[in-house]
Design a protein around this ligand. Structure first.
Ligand SMILES: [Zn+2]
Ligand SMILES: [Zn+2]
Length: 198
């Protein structure tokens, strides 16, 4: 647990440092990918890149192949730590998917695609990138402000424990709440039972 915590802390520090270097604002969702020492930064629904038409074509191609492979978009983002802008936009146009499409076009085949995101990757992007890693046969690495994900052949190194582990405080509170409710229900029942018995 300590090791995980330290890794996370380190990832968060690295991501913050990169954000400072690139000069991006803290609370807007961005993903970036470096090609030939140049960093390409994308926002959700971004269409500003000079290669936008190629990026959109790649996204459309991936979408078709993913659908065939059984991918269903997960639009339930309420549990995730996303910015309003990203929540509002369709999951398909999240910045990490756009950065990935660009990486697939711009990086030579066989080279792993490394994406960094300043916010947590959402459940849908996590699932989509697993599909894409298998479809394109590429290693995809996503570092978000929470942890490191290495996608290979349809699997991620985090083994999908990321959402659970990241929500440890809220999960603990929920479990504690449930226990307290049970104890109080049990107590009120015993009090009532003993009252009616007497
Ligand atoms: Zn997403
Ligand atoms: Zn993962």
């Amino acid at each position: 647990m300590l090791v995980i915590a330290e890794c996370r802390w380190e990832e968060a520090t690295n991501v913050r440092k990169e954000m400072r270097d690139i000069g991006i604002k803290k609370n807007v969702g961005y993903s970036w990918v470096a090609v030939k020492n140049k960093v390409h930064v994308f926002q959700a629904k971004d269409s500003s890149h000079e290669m936008n038409s190629a990026i959109q074509a790649m996204l459309a191609k991936l979408r078709g192949e993913m659908k065939k492979a059984g991918y269903v978009p997960d639009t339930n983002l309420s549990l995730f730590d996303l910015e309003e802008e990203e929540k509002a936009s369709e999951v398909w146009y999240h910045s990490e998917k756009i950065a990935l499409a660009f990486g697939l076009i711009a990086l030579p085949s066989g080279v792993p695609i490394r994406i960094t995101k300043n916010l947590r990757i959402c459940g849908d992007c996590h699932s989509a990138i697993k599909f894409i890693s298998k479809i394109v046969g590429r290693e995809i690495i996503v570092r978000d402000n929470n942890r490191f994900h290495r996608f290979v052949d349809g699997w991620c190194s985090c083994k999908d424990y990321w959402d659970l582990a990241a929500d440890v405080p809220s999960t603990c509170v929920a479990i504690l709440h449930r226990c307290l409710v049970r104890v109080f229900t049990w107590r009120s029942l015993t009090v009532r039972d003993s009252g009616s018995a007497g």
